[in-house]
Each structure stands twice: as structure tokens, then as C-alpha cells.
Design a protein around this ligand. Structure first.
Ligand code: PEP
Length: 249
């Protein structure tokens, strides 16, 4: 059975004490049973957050990592470093990483390999730009992102992959893809997976939606049959809003 997941992406927000405060607030919230909750937070706060969330259902995730095991990569963080402090989940392929840090499908394939080799769980993001949707090439574009970064994986490796469809035009813009648009894309994603693997695998992967998910729209989005939760940016910085989204299933 697919997991229902809501992951918060704090991006480059909150200093150490604000991070501690928000986690303390999240710990007072009641999340619906069965929904897996994660928060992807800045590297600097990860170790403290792992300690602070110990014994809770909140999974602390990284927003990125380097593809190499170690070496001369100034400013970077490796999978082994994350693992050592107890971080077992990493977001890879976020559109901001692709746009501002030139991360390509091929580079992301390498990062995925490294994460899996280190027994980490990957939340892999992808999604089209507005021009792709306007030119009606969004379905092909998303299929190519999935093929280029993931189709080298064998079936068992998919146990550690969650997908997050995030149309770039809906991230941080307040513009949400409609539930119908998201459902169409998520069904397409499963169809793409089934062409390479099979329908059993395609139906077993959790596919999240990300792009201006808020308490006001989460219920309608999560009600779609191929949507297994959300990757939430802005609204994850508020404990009450984030909890309302988690509890929208
Ligand atoms: C994101 O950062 O992945 C995201 C979806 O952001 P927002 O919810 O703010 O659009």
C-alpha cells in the first residue's frame, strides 16, 4: 500500500532558535494517524533537529546532498555525513536546485545512486515550467525527467524513492495546479513508470504534489486518487498551517 506523506521544505529559512521553536510547536500538534510527516530543513540545524524530534513521528530530512562520497568539494555535504547525524531522507532535484545550481537530470541520477548506496530515502522532485504547459509538452517533459534520472534503477531500489511532482510555475507563487491537472499528471507518472517496470511498481510508489499547497486547498488535492500527499514550502513554516495540511487526508 502507498504511504501518505506530507513533507515540509523550509528552504533557506529560520535561524537555529527559530528552528527549535517551530519544532517545539510541531511537537504540540496532533497529526492524523497513518500520515508520514517529514521536515526538510537547513543543513546547520539538522543535527539538533534529529535530537529534538527523537521519539516523535517527525522525520528530519535534508534538502540536498553531494553525489561524491567525500573529497575536495568546498561547501558541500555528503550522504555519509547526513547518515552519521541520523538523517535518513533527502530531497533531490528540487526546481530551485535545478534552476539556481544547474543540477541536471544526469547529475541527479548520480546523487540518487549515492543516496541509495547509503541506504537513504529520496524524495525526488521534478516538474515542468510554464512554457512547457503552455506548449502542451508538459507530459513529455516530465516523462523525460523521470526517465533520465530514475530509469537506471532496479525494481528493489524503488522502495526508497518517493516522487514529488512540482510544476515550477506553482512553487512559491500562490498559484496552485488544479486538482484535475495534478491528477492527470500523477496518473501519467504512473503510466510512465509502468512502461519501464510494471503496473504493480507504478501503483506502489508514493507521488506527492508540491506547489502552493495550503490548508485551504490541501483537502481537494489529496482527495485525488493518484495523489499521496504534498511537499510543502511556505506553509510548512507555520506549525498550525502545516498540521492542517497533514490532517487534510
Ligand atoms: C516547495 O518548496 O517545494 C514548494 C512547493 O513551495 P511552496 O509550497 O511555497 O509553493
Amino acid at each position: 500500500m502507498r504511504k501518505q506523506i506530507v513533507a515540509g521544505n523550509w528552504k533557506m529559512n529560520l535561524n537555529a532558535s527559530e528552528s527549535e521553536e517551530l519544532i517545539a510547536e510541531l511537537k504540540t500538534q496532533t497529526f492524523n494517524d497513518g500520515v508520514h510527516v517529514a521536515i526538510a530543513i537547513p543543513y546547520l540545524h539538522l543535527a539538533a533537529a534529529v535530537v529534538q524530534t527523537a521519539g516523535t513521528s517527525i522525520n528530519v530530512a535534508a534538502q540536498n546532498m553531494h553525489q561524491a562520497a567525500s573529497g575536495a568539494f568546498t561547501g558541500e555535504v555528503s550522504a555519509a555525513m547526513l547518515e552519521e547525524i541520523g538523517v535518513k531522507t533527502v530531497i533531490l532535484g528540487h526546481s530551485e536546485r535545478r534552476a539556481y545550481f544547474c543540477e541536471t537530470d544526469a547529475l541527479l541520477a548520480e546523487k540518487i545512486n549515492t543516496a541509495l548506496k547509503n541506504e537513504m530515502h529520496v524524495i525526488f522532485c521534478f516538474g515542468e515550467e510554464l512554457e512547457d504547459r503552455k506548449s502542451e509538452s508538459h507530459l513529455d517533459f516530465v516523462a523525460s525527467q523521470i526517465k533520465n534520472s530514475l530509469f537506471h534503477l532496479n525494481e528493489s531500489q524503488w522502495e526508497n524513492i518517493t516522487l514529488a511532482y512540482e510544476p515550477v510555475w506553482a512553487i512559491g507563487t500562490g498559484e496552485t495546479a488544479s486538482p484535475v491537472q495534478v491528477q492527470e499528471m500523477h496518473a501519467h507518472i504512473r503510466a510512465v513508470l509502468a512502461t519501464k517496470y510494471d503496473d504493480v511498481l507504478a501503483q506502489s510508489i508514493s507521488v506527492l504534489y508540491g506547489g502552493s499547497v495550503k490548508p485551504a486547498n490541501a483537502k481537494e488535492i489529496f482527495a485525488q486518487k493518484d495523489i499521496d500527499g504534498g511537499l510543502v514550502g511556505g506553509a510548512s513554516l507555520n506549525a498550525v498551517d502545516f498540521t492542517a495540511i497533514v490532517n487534510s487526508f
